[in-house]
Design a protein around this ligand. Structure first.
Ligand code: 4GT
Length: 248
């Protein structure tokens, strides 16, 4: 998967490939990250990327000319490489992203993220060049870069051969629309708190059932709206009833 990021802060975005799972994926060439600085596509002596908003008000707006030039350069670079890329603008006005949308995007050949700064980009850039507008949540950031890094991280871990069998993405929270079950490691007693006995039973069926019950119970208690969208099987309904009988 190829990622292109249009950003005034390329060093910030490159940090996503510096360590961990995404770092390994980049070293193994399972992903390629290219950053493009709109300042390099300015033509004036001051290399101006922003200007005052029409209609007045506080803050600045990213100028359309250098952004469109940058986007054309990204698109032609992808075309030369034989890669189809989808242009995504990240902003609080975008559609809220969820795991299922990221799963769909992980099938794409290339994704291009346009990162706004200041008050955002001139709306005509979005109309002319952007395919989809997405949000990572209902809060305001000072730039789209952290959003692009969230997408790159969450998508990379869904790609084939990125996670080992041990860390497999199939058992993650949300992969089946539920929150994750609790996890424990040694010691068996910590700060006078014991781990659940079932996890030491060696009975893999019972353990799988307990984990499913915990996932259902926690989702019901913490994110009931996730359960309302899901059709529970008879067995899942029984597991949830059992969880609720035990926990106050
Ligand atoms: C929030 C999000 C985002 C921002 C989000 C334009 C200038 C947007 C600053 C940028 N804030 N970007 N992608 N919730 N801020 O996704």
């Amino acid at each position: 998967m190829r990622f292109d990021v249009i950003t005034l802060f390329p060093e910030l975005v490159h940090a996503v490939t510096a360590s961990g799972v995404v770092g390994r994926a980049a070293h193994a060439d399972l992903i390629n990250l290219h950053c493009w600085n709109p300042r390099d596509y300015t033509t004036d002596t001051h290399r101006t990327v922003d200007d005052r908003p029409y209609g007045g008000g506080p803050g600045m707006v990213m100028k359309p000319d250098c952004l469109v030039e940058t986007l054309q350069a990204v698109k032609s670079s992808n075309k030369t490489a034989g890669i189809t890329t989808k242009v995504i603008y990240l902003s609080p006005q975008g559609k809220p992203v969820k795991q299922s949308a990221l799963q769909t995007m992980s099938q794409d050949q290339g994704l291009t993220f346009l990162c706004g700064r200041y008050e955002g980009v001139d709306e005509r850039v979005i109309e002319l060049e952007v395919d989809e507008e997405w949000s990572i949540g209902d809060y305001v950031l000072s730039g789209g870069e952290l959003g692009a890094m969230v997408f790159i991280d969450a998508i990379t871990r869904l790609l084939p051969n990125v996670l080992g069998h041990q860390e497999s993405a199939e058992q993650d929270s949300f992969s089946d629309g539920l929150l994750d079950c609790p996890h424990y490691t040694r010691p068996a007693v910590f700060a006078e708190k014991s781990i659940p006995d079932v996890l030491k039973s060696g009975d893999h069926q019972r353990i799988a059932r307990w984990r499913r019950e915990q996932a259902l119970g926690r989702t019901y208690q913490r994110r009931p709206e996730l359960l309302e969208k899901k059709n529970l099987t008879k067995e899942e309904q029984q597991l949830l009833q059992h969880f609720l009988k035990k926990t106050p």
